[in-house]
Design a protein around this ligand. Structure first.
Ligand SMILES: [Zn+2]
Length: 677
């Protein structure tokens, strides 16, 4: 797959002598920060735009301490005008502790934000300029990955054993020239000391500058899995910072050509809205007094976690700073051979540390400015002793939403790592597109394998043509529709339509068991037995046969002739079940980003649609009703657009999203409560 890449950067160093007003240093002293007095080294916004011709993404690296989701939303809003899909724009901070305040936590006094609003607008302008320029710069590239570890450059003051010194380097080459580098290292950029009042990009900026100078192109940095990963020389000041940057750059040069070319694929984006529980009283207080300009959702912070995949390369985007112990084991367990996981911390926002439960040391009690009152007595003593030792700070818990939040992050990343096989079984050509088109497209676009099965041949689902023509057209159109939904394979069982009630049930069920054993689906999407008042007996028989086949396929004495063919037993994980009149609905899928795909897939089925709207017209007339939309000469594609947006918009409203599809989800039942992971 051809990938195009383009890079660009803009200087976003605060102008101390213009008419911006005061800047406050986002250093280590929150709430009583000093003013910026000078520039040690310039800071930049760097942008990388990647496209596979279909999906275009932008990664934006900002040399500031952190951002909140509003900032990224403003960038996304502006870039939407330039044809960037908002969910494909990823803004992250490098987390330098020597930028101007971008969080509002580093003001002159408690309760006063240090954000320079004009500077924020300036930064957004610069980012938009750079993103548009990067897009114009796009050329076909080859992508290379190099890797090393430098645990010796990192200290973990909490848990000296838990060090992840991963250094990742991704090179983008057009012909022989380097047009860009994306690199991550896990050490927190916190080399400047507490007294510093000068702007600096810390080690990432120095090293990126060195890469750009020697190899050309633009070098973007992101902090990797950096929770509790302090650099040696932490807070030692500029002299040591230079030594550190030189040492890291030496390593980069060493591995620079020791790389591996990546097999590319289409660009896949997986995206999850999540609610992170907030129990930390200090954080909560800031929300309560309106310090953060956003609402909590029933006590939770609403944010996003995402993953981008190109071939074996995965960018895992986290809105804060996870500890290595939180995500590292997941990559080992759920990654496939050859997978490369590059965690990007502080994407979209900096919501503090995500600490795994077994490393969590303090339990927040209630709001206080003193951390000593925050822990119970024994912990407080230990905590105080640790604080008094130089660099023995264990107060990451003070800067974490809650340990439950880390658990949500871990579970979400796990979900983003797992790839599933989806077997969607519809009776007729239009069942899957109408009831589950958005869900199926979403699943396939996230890299899951989709197989679509049509049980009948729809030979008479047409009007004004012969059954033979109906059979042919419907087959061609359903294949187009399923391909639009991303089906890798399409199976036609070709039972004569509207006759399933009279066919050999056992034989139908056996065929379905065969398909389940052949494709080994994790998810089956089909009709629900719990639907009521279904007049279409094909749907009823399908619901019965599919749901029975889902468990019978795991019996080792059931149809042993399948085993002779080399197939094995298979248990289906989940079922997403739909019905005309559902009685059980316990699960919904947000299809807002896929509503157009659903409409297009349905609209492919012209022959069925013609009959569908003709039937409704006849029904309306039989009731002496005049329906303009049916009587007037309106193209069916427009009718579909209106109807689909109305019906699935109403469902979406129930769940607070624009469009949704809903199901009776049958999973492992009570076993899900017993699972330990
Ligand atoms: Zn049907």
């Amino acid at each position: 797959m051809e990938i195009k890449a383009g890079f660009s950067k803009r200087d976003i160093t605060p102008d101390l002598h213009g008419d911006f007003g005061d800047f406050y240093i986002a250093g280590f002293a929150t709430m009583e920060a000093p003013k910026v007095t000078g520039i040690h080294d310039p800071i930049f916004a760097r942008v990388m735009v990647l496209s596979d011709g279909n999906t275009k993404i932008a990664l934006i690296s900002l040399e500031v301490v952190g951002i909140l989701i509003d900032f990224g939303n403003q960038v996304r809003y502006r870039l939407e005008a330039y044809d960037f899909l908002p969910k494909n724009v990823f803004v992250f901070a490098t987390h330098t502790h020597a930028g101007s305040d971008t969080l509002g936590l580093y003001g002159p006094l408690i309760g006063i934000s240090g954000i320079n609003k004009r500077y924020i607008l300036f930064m957004i302008d610069m980012i938009v300029e750079a993103a548009c320029e990067a897009e114009k710069n796009m050329v076909p590239v080859d992508i290379y990955h190099a890797y090393s570890t430098r645990n010796d450059l990192i200290e973990n003051y909490r848990n000296p054993e838990m060090i992840d010194g991963s250094l990742h380097l991704v090179k983008f080459k057009s012909g022989e020239s380097i047009i860009g580098v994306f690199w991550t290292f896990t050490a927190q950029p916190e080399m400047t000391n507490r007294a510093n009042t000068e702007i600096s990009a810390d080690y990432p900026g120095l090293v990126s500058g060195m890469i750009e100078k020697e190899f050309g192109g633009v070098a973007l940095y992101a902090m990797g899995l950096g929770g509790a990963q302090s650099p040696i020389y932490c807070e030692h000041g500029y002299e040591k910072l230079n030594i550190y940057a030189d040492e890291l750059y030496k390593e980069i040069k060493k591995i620079f050509n020791d790389d591996k070319k990546l097999e590319t694929s289409n660009i896949e984006v997986r995206y999850r809205n999540v609610l992170l529980p907030l129990t930390n009283a200090n954080f909560k207080f800031l929300f309560d007094i309106g310090f953060f300009d956003r609402e909590l959702v029933e006590g939770n912070v609403s944010t996003v976690i995402s993953k981008v995949r190109i071939g074996n390369l995965h960018f895992v985007n986290i809105p804060g700073e996870p500890f290595p112990g939180l995500l590292g084991p997941l990559f080992e367990k759920y990654g496939k051979k050859g997978d490369i996981f590059m965690v990007i911390s502080d994407v979209e926002e900096l919501l503090g540390y995500f600490i795994p439960l077994d490393e969590y040391k303090l339990k927040p009690m209630e709001f206080t400015f003193s951390p000593f009152e925050w822990a119970d007595d024994s912990e407080a003593t230990e905590f105080k002793e640790n604080l008094e030792k130089p660099q023995q700070f264990i107060g990451h818990e003070l800067e974490a939403l809650s340990y439950e939040a880390a658990e949500v992050v871990r579970k979400t990343v796990k979900e983003l790592l797992v790839y599933k096989t989806v077997l969607a079984i519809g009776t007729h050509a239009d069942d899957l597109t109408i009831w589950s088109g958005g869900t199926l497209k979403k699943l396939s676009s996230e890299g899951n394998k989709l197989i679509c099965v049509r049980i009948t041949d729809d030979y008479w689902d047409c009007v004004g043509i012969t059954a033979e023509q109906g059979f042919k057209r419907n087959r061609k159109e359903v294949e187009r529709a399923y391909k639009r939904l991303g089906a890798e394979e399409i199976v036609h069982l070709d039972y004569p339509t509207d006759t399933l009630v009279g066919v050999d049930y056992m034989e139908l069920r056996k065929k379905l068991i065969y398909l389940i054993r052949k494709y080994k689906p994790d998810i089956v999407v089909s009709f629900d037995l719990n639907g009521t008042d279904e007049e279409n007996m094909d749907h009823v028989i399908t619901a019965q046969a599919v749901n029975e086949a889902c468990w019978q396929s795991s019996f080792d004495l059931c149809y042993p002739e399948h085993f002779d063919e080399g197939l094995g037993i298979h248990a289906v994980g989940e079922r997403y079940l739909f019905a005309r009149n559902p009685t059980v609905l316990n699960f919904h899928v947000d299809i807002t980003d896929f509503i157009d795909d659903k409409i297009q897939a349905i609209s492919e089925q012209r022959t069925v649609l013609k009959n569908f709207f003709n039937q409704y017209k006849l029904l309306a007339r039989a009731n002496r009703l005049y329906i303009e939309l049916l009587e007037e000469d309106v193209p069916n594609a427009i009718r579909v657009n209106l109807l689909v947006k109305y019906v699935w918009g109403e469902i979406g409203r129930k769940y607070g999203v624009k469009f949704a599809e809903e199901y009776n989800r049958v999973g492992a039942g009570f076993l899900e409560d017993l699972a330990s992971d």
